[in-house]
Design a protein around this ligand. Structure first.
Ligand code: FE2
Ligand code: FE2
Length: 316
């Protein structure tokens, strides 16, 4: 560090570097440790899977449901980390000749997201042969990344901050508390969360920095873009909810009626909307950061756009 006096903001970036060094982990040595997935165990915890809304009474079906959702959960992170890593590289470039502490914190962030993508690709190769055939993860990382990255930086950072904050909530409020989930699956999200804790802080600072830089017209466009991005995420969730419901029905010995199949697809969508949109939109920190940036009219636009998704996800 070549400056004697750290500004308050540089100190927060320096703290993120320190924490990142302290928690740094290796995929094989620390996380996988030669283990494979135990298919007698659940993956996704009951609370996060919203298992009760599926009305399943058979223990094997409940477990299979949690494994399908747990596999998709892992694939969703691998998916979004493609665009997050690419965006962080772009943002880092903007700092390249500036504060080198900021540059280092963001380089570490990108490096960690590359590692996380590798981890989630590994998990898919371990889950695929262990689970029944027929699972399909629909969205393509580069298609999604190209669509997200076409939006304004303010909106992309907003979406990213939302994702990284709900990652922490999911671990602390559900994954850590369910004693019946696969030890390997749980460890993956424990180690992931340890690095995401720093990402959430860096997202917040970079988002606020961008917010301070732009004009009010650009912020208004940012709000439009953020609403579009939430709509795009919802589109992906609709596609994956249908694919996962179909997989459940194909692999399960019980034949569902057309009405039951319809209910199953709807329950998957509600659960996924809660996991990937609503839980983050209810995160207090996220609401504080967003609330401090927006005018009442802009906040109202966001609330109105979220309303149908929130209502669907929160109702029985
Ligand atoms: Fe990550
Ligand atoms: Fe992250």
């Amino acid at each position: 560090m070549d400056t004697a006096v750290l500004t308050a903001s540089t100190a927060r970036y320096a703290k993120a570097i320190e924490a990142s060094k302290k928690v740094r982990w290796d995929i094989d040595k620390d996380v996988i440790r030669g283990r494979s997935f135990d298919l007698t165990k659940k993956f996704m915890p009951d609370k996060l899977a919203q298992i009760e809304r599926f009305g399943l009474t058979n223990a094997d079906e409940r477990k299979f449901m949690s494994q399908i959702q747990g596999r998709t959960y892992s694939n969703i992170f691998g998916l979004v980390e493609r665009y997050i890593g690419a965006k962080m590289m772009e943002i880092t470039r903007g700092h390249a000749l500036g504060d080198q502490v900021v540059v280092e914190s963001l380089v570490r962030f990108t490096d960690e997201e590359l590692k996380h993508q590798e981890l989630f690709r590994r998990l898919e190769t371990m889950m695929a042969p262990a689970m029944p055939k027929g699972y399909a993860f629909m969205p393509q990382p580069n298609d999604v990344a190209n669509a997200v990255l076409s939006k304004s930086t303010w909106a992309v950072l907003g979406l990213t901050c939302h994702i990284e904050l709900f990652t922490l909530d999911h671990y602390r409020q559900s994954i850590d508390r369910d004693t019946e989930v696969s030890a390997l699956w749980k460890d993956v999200f424990l180690f992931h969360m340890k690095e995401e804790s720093q990402h959430a802080v860096l997202d917040e600072m970079e988002w606020q920095r961008e917010d301070a830089r732009i004009t009010s017209a650009q912020r208004d466009q940012g709000v439009t873009d953020l609403i579009d991005l939430v709509g795009a995420v919802d589109g992906l969730l609709q596609m994956q909810a249908t694919a996962d419901a179909d997989y459940f029905m194909t692999a399960s010995p019980r034949k569902l009626s057309a009405a039951e199949a319809q209910k199953l697809r709807a329950a998957f969508l509600k659960a996924y909307r809660w996991q990937y949109i609503v839980s983050g939109a209810q995160n207090e920190r996220f609401l504080q950061i967003l609330g401090a940036m927006l005018s009442p009219a802009q906040l109202e636009r966001v609330v109105a756009a979220l309303k149908p998704i929130m209502e669907d996800a929160l109702n029985a």
